[in-house]
Design a protein around this ligand. Structure first.
Ligand code: NAD
Length: 309
């Protein structure tokens, strides 16, 4: 990355996450070339000076770095390997960063089949929800070559919190870290919903129970913070669709299988998530499994303003 000419960033996937990330890249002064199957998703960026590309190949031809932020490995595969995919446009020695929550298969295949082209490929999935994407405060877990990570740091810093852009190891490790974070967080959420439902049914005031958990060794970020959106506003976080949460849980179990580690608990959490998806729809928020427990006890988990005396 030179100081003389700004790095042109190509970005494919302008959804809940990509829309905020591209706005921040634009704000940081990076010329942008963008593509999505929904052209309307680019309207604001184009008004701000970004260039529209008809295909991922066209994005790759016109940019120094190509970023993908897509739902699943299947989408990443289509965008990379399709007849008008990134590989059809990227220059030899070019750079592709996949920021999707995914698995290494697509990137590994590209490395194997295009070894002679000298491509620089990083996995850099994120945490921080759509709020973090729009505020430019994402946590980013980067797997890949250390020199590439340093070279691309200014691009990553436009989207993430500089102190939480972590180089976690060689190619593929960024995907693994992200999947393990989601697996544990979803497990915490389901466990929290279950104990809140049981405790409330047993006659404990919801907020008394939550505060007791928070003050105990059983506390977690879900108990202390993340559950509050539901308890206060019935907000199940539609910024992250449960269909994508189920995708992440499936990928996490695939990863466990591929490294030969049994994942009984993860399998159970995945099934609970799939039940919630079947019941409330693909677009329901990632915290919708809590509703399963609310429906079981016939009562919404909502805290009143104060703790009873
Ligand atoms: P999204 O479904 O809102 O956005 C995906 C975008 O990709 C859409 O705009 C869609 O039109 C576009 N797209 C799909 N196929 C395409 C193709 N062939 N060519 C071009 N564009 C295509 O998803 P999202 O919530 O932005 O999530 C993106 C990734 O980030 C996922 O892997 C998700 O797991 C991960 N993630 C999401 C969140 C969150 O809170 N939403 C948080 C962290 C990580």
């Amino acid at each position: 990355m030179t100081n003389q000419s700004p790095t042109t960033v190509g970005f494919i996937g302008l959804g809940n996450m990509g829309s905020g990330m591209t706005r921040n890249l634009q704000k940081a002064g990076f010329p942008l070339v963008v593509n999505d199957i929904r052209r309307e998703a680019a309207a604001e960026l184009l008004a701000g000076g970004a260039t529209w590309a008809q295909t991922p190949a066209e994005v790759a031809v016109s940019s120094d770095v190509v970023i993908t932020m897509l739902p699943t490995p299947r989408h990443v595969d289509a965008v990379v390997n399709g007849s008008a995919g990134i590989l059809a446009g990227i220059a030899d020695g070019g750079t592709w960063i996949d920021m999707s929550t995914s698995v290494p298969d697509v990137a590994n295949r590209v490395r194997a089949e295009h070894a002679a082209r000298g491509l620089h490929i990083l996995d850099a999935p994120v945490s921080g929800m759509s709020v973090g994407a729009s505020t430019g405060m994402l946590q980013i877990f980067v797997g890949g070559d250390a020199h590439d990570v340093e070279r691309l740091r200014p691009v990553l810093e436009a989207m993430g919190d500089p102190d939480r852009i972590l180089h976690v190891g060689p190619a593929g490790t960024g995907y693994a870290v992200k999947l393990m974070i989601n697996q544990l967080w979803f497990s915490h959420l389901v466990a929290t919903a279950e104990v809140l439902a049981i405790g409330v049914r047993a006659g404990v005031d919801l907020e008394v129970l939550r505060l007791s958990l928070a003050a105990s060794p059983a506390t977690s970020n879900v108990v202390e913070n993340d559950i509050l959106g539901i308890l206060d506003h019935g907000d199940y976080d539609e910024g992250f669709a449960i269909a994508l949460a189920c995708k992440d849980l499936g990928l996490s179990i695939d990863l466990a299988r591929s490294v030969g580690v049994p994942a009984e608990l993860s399998g159970l959490v995945e099934q609970i998530y799939r039940r919630a998806k079947a019941q409330y729809g693909d677009l329901a928020g990632e915290m919708t499994p809590v509703r399963l427990y609310e429906d079981l006890i016939g009562q919404q988990l909502r805290r009143t303003a104060g703790v009873p005396a």
